[in-house]
Design a protein around this ligand. Structure first.
Ligand SMILES: Nc1ncnc2c1ncn2[C@@H]1O[C@H](COP(=O)(O)OP(=O)(O)OP(=O)(O)O)[C@@H](O)[C@H]1O
Length: 226
């Protein structure tokens, strides 16, 4: 099992977002979390990433109980084991596409040459090799997300957490980015947990969960409507 979420409680000041949530993911599996705006999908993903406090319960990622780690250990674990993808890509504007991808590897201590080589390899796998030396300002939304996918995959994470990765994309780019994310993760044996408002995206995942009024329920992908 790559991800085990057991009896998780997550709150924001003044209200609970998740009360006693459970979720499991195996290597190579994909799961989507749907639910109304403001129900806590992003907060749940952040809690799993160690970026939002957990009030009770356990999160275990590849046999490490991350809810027991201190802040420094969590940061190191996140850097080495997780791949994060955000709605707006969140690339660094000062860096080229390949520099953005290589930076993650550099933060893990890789040498410059190896980091850039792997950066180019992953951009190529995302169909972005010809844009490797362009800066984010000259890339389209779909291209930015493909660079963000390369960055999330360059260090071969065990779990990819993607928060609305297609929220800003048109239908064609949504399909391209989701297919790349899910197929590449499956090839690499990484699990993927994503949030989405797009029922077609949710239906393409192996599992679908709906978060609403503090409860996380497994639903068939086709019945994921908020
Ligand atoms: N750090 C925080 N402090 C206070 N309130 C917060 C914090 N983070 C999130 N919230 C609140 O918690 C609720 C859930 O937010 P969250 O972004 O997790 O929902 P969501 O389901 O991802 O929403 P959307 O689908 O609109 O992105 C919102 O009401 C938000 O304002």
């Amino acid at each position: 099992m790559i991800l085990e979420v057991e009896r998780l409680h997550v709150t924001v000041p003044g209200r609970p977002l998740l009360d006693d949530g459970n979720l499991c993911l195996r290597a190579g599996e994909t799961a989507a979390i749907v639910g109304p705006s403001g129900s806590g999908k992003t907060s749940l993903l952040n809690a799993i990433a160690g970026l939002h406090p957990v009030d009770a319960g356990r999160i275990i990622i590849e046999q490490t109980e991350v809810t027991n780690l201190n802040a420094k250990q969590r940061a190191r674990f996140r850097l080495s084991k997780l791949g994060l993808v955000f709605q707006f890509g969140e690339l660094l504007p000062e860096l080229s596409a390949v520099e953005n991808v290589a930076l993650h590897a550099r933060l893990l201590g890789w040498g410059r040459a190896e980091a850039e080589k792997q950066g180019l390899h992953w951009l190529d796998r995302m169909g972005m090799a010809s844009h490797a030396h362009e800066h984010p300002a000259s890339l389209s939304g779909g291209e930015i997300q493909r660079v963000a996918l390369a960055r999330a995959l360059v260090h071969r994470p065990v779990l990819i957490l993607a928060d609305e990765p297609t929220g800003m994309l048109d239908e064609e780019n949504t399909k391209l980015v989701v297919d790349l994310l899910m197929n590449t993760a499956a090839d690499e044996g990484a699990a993927v947990l994503l949030t989405t408002h797009d029922l077609d995206v949710a239906a393409g995942a192996d599992h679908c969960f709906r978060l609403t009024a503090g409860a996380l329920h497994r639903v068939p992908g086709a019945e994921a409507a908020p």
